[in-house]
Design a protein around this ligand. Structure first.
Ligand code: ZN
Ligand code: ZN
Length: 164
């Protein structure tokens, strides 16, 4: 990697931020609990803003963690040895994925493959095994599952296996 003036953030930095916020949220929640337990009504009322701050910290943690995972996937999908297709597959079954909320699962019977992110709408990060050329001469590097799918759907395309 080349040296740059503004280094690109890496997923580990974001994960560290999320971990710090999580620790802070735990301590804040503990203070809220103690305020709530106070016999003094004025102190009890002060628990509310602290509870809100705890909640905001949890939101922050979730947001930053999610971004860390997205960043990791973007970095992986930039690798030229990986599949170019901008959506995901089940590596074993191909275009069989369905999304449910933030998760994806394979619908092929007996697969049971699940992913804890929206793999269907995330660039494919499987290793490229073939170069596919369509009838207009446009080429793309594809993983085995995507290459198999495209040859089933497109009649006029050629698949050249990459020497692995
Ligand atoms: Zn599957
Ligand atoms: Zn692929």
């Amino acid at each position: 990697m080349s040296e740059r003036i503004t280094p690109e953030p890496v997923p580990a930095e974001l994960r560290a931020l999320a971990a710090e916020a999580e620790a802070l949220a735990t301590r804040t929640a503990e203070v809220a609990t103690r305020l709530q337990a106070a016999s003094d009504g004025t102190l009890q009322r002060l628990a509310r803003p602290i509870a809100k701050a705890t909640h905001d910290l949890s939101d922050y943690t979730a947001e930053v963690s999610r971004t860390a995972e997205d960043l990791a996937r973007v970095r992986v999908s930039r690798d030229p040895s990986l599949c170019d297709v901008p959506w995901g597959v089940c590596p074993a079954h191909g275009v069989t994925l369905r999304t449910s909320g933030d998760r994806a699962f394979c619908t092929a019977s007996g697969c049971g493959g699940t992913w804890d992110y929206d793999r269907l709408h995330t660039p494919c990060a499987e290793p490229a095994t073939a170069v596919v050329t369509d009838e207009d001469g446009v080429t793309a590097r594809m993983c085995a599952a995507h290459a198999r799918d495209v040859t089933e759907r497109l009649v006029h395309c050629t698949v050249t296996d990459l020497a692995v």
